[in-house]
Design a protein around this ligand. Structure first.
Ligand code: BJW
Length: 266
């Protein structure tokens, strides 16, 4: 039986009172959709590669075929995946806050598009998207590329190399995404960090920025992170289990309505 000082009870109370909620998500929220987290080693051919060394402009310049193949395999995994209970709980939380003249915005480090497919409307992609590739010569975007790519590296119509539309180490985040994140962290009353190791900046810094501006901060993670002792409430568990419980505790069981999106992730 949960007690009053249980972090889940406290976090649900904060969500029930919240008016402006910011959420930072990382790879952990998509783990239950079958997408490997960034720092979890991949299987087969990729087991011997360190993701941190592949996610760089230098790696692409050195071996564009290898890096393109890695991203294409991951792109196809993301397209085949479906949102899980954690993504759907955040989409519901946004609807509940909207209905009370509040708001919720997700800042995601994920490149998989699963929040949008779960029905979340306000999503800021801090690290880009793995499904949108662009020509390194002309900047032209390619959104519906064949699966798998017909060649590695794939060339554009202009003959330039296509690269995934993600943000690599050493590259700047999209300026409009950074500005939106900054605005949110400095104005929200409640800020959640979900399924991120909080190892990569500037994203990891938004939690302390929100805290410095007076927000209640809540972490949901399967494992401890550098944020666990700094946030107001730290909840240890899987996002797909904890988030539905939190939202139900804050707002009750969801009443299905004809306007409610499918809860099965399609
Ligand atoms: C679960 C779970 C379940 C599992 N439920 N939980 C300040 C200090 C030090 C360094 C820097 C600094 N500022 C900038 C830097 C440098 C660098 C950086 O941060 N380096 C660090 C490694 C130290 N940052 C950058 O280079 C950034 N650019 C920049 O700052 O530019 C400045 C600039 C300005 C002007 C001009 C030019 C430059 C860019 C960072 C880009 C990061 N990109 C990547 C790759 C994206 C594409 C791809 O996917 O391949 O983004 S790296 C990778 O890490 C990816 C992720 O989005 C990101 C974060 O990872 P995440 O999501 O936290 O995943 P994991 O795997 O680490 O953690 C998963 C967590 O989930 C774990 O905790 C599990 O326990 C948990 N979990 N199952 C709940 N079911």
């Amino acid at each position: 039986m949960p007690t009053i000082d249980d972090p889940e009870v406290q976090a649900a109370g904060a969500l029930a009172r919240a008016r402006c909620v910011g959420v930072l998500t990382g790879a952990g929220i998509s783990a239950e959709s079958g997408i490997p987290t960034f720092r979890q080693s991949m299987e087969g051919l990729w087991a011997t590669f360190d993701p941190e060394t592949l996610a760089t402009p230098a790696a692409f310049a050195r071996d564009p075929a290898l890096v393109s193949r890695w991203y294409d395999e991951r792109r196809r995994g993301c397209l085949a995946a479906v949102p899980n209970a954690g993504h759907r709980a955040l989409a519901r939380l946004e609807r509940e806050l909207d209905a009370r003249s509040g708001s919720l915005t997700i800042l995601t480090q994920n490149v998989d598009g699963l929040h949008q497919r779960a029905g979340s409307q306000r999503v800021v992609e801090l690290h880009g998207s793995i499904t949108v590739w662009r020509c390194t010569r002309t900047g032209a975007e390619y959104r519906d590329l064949e699966q798998p790519l017909r060649e590695y590296p794939r060339r554009s119509d202009a003959g330039g190399l296509l690269r995934p539309g993600v943000v690599w180490f050493g590259e700047a985040l999209p300026p409009e995404a950074l500005a939106a994140a900054d605005r949110l962290a400095t104005t929200c009353d409640t800020f959640l960090s979900i399924g991120t190791s909080a190892a990569v900046y500037p994203a990891a810094g938004f939690v302390s920025l929100a805290s410095a501006h007076g927000a209640t901060t809540i972490e949901v993670n399967r494992d401890p992170t550098p944020l666990s002792t700094a946030v107001t409430w730290s909840i240890r568990g899987c996002a797909g289990e904890v988030l539905p419980r939190l939202v139900e505790r804050a707002f009750g069981a969801e009443v299905p309505s004809s306007g409610t999106r499918s809860s099965h992730g399609t």
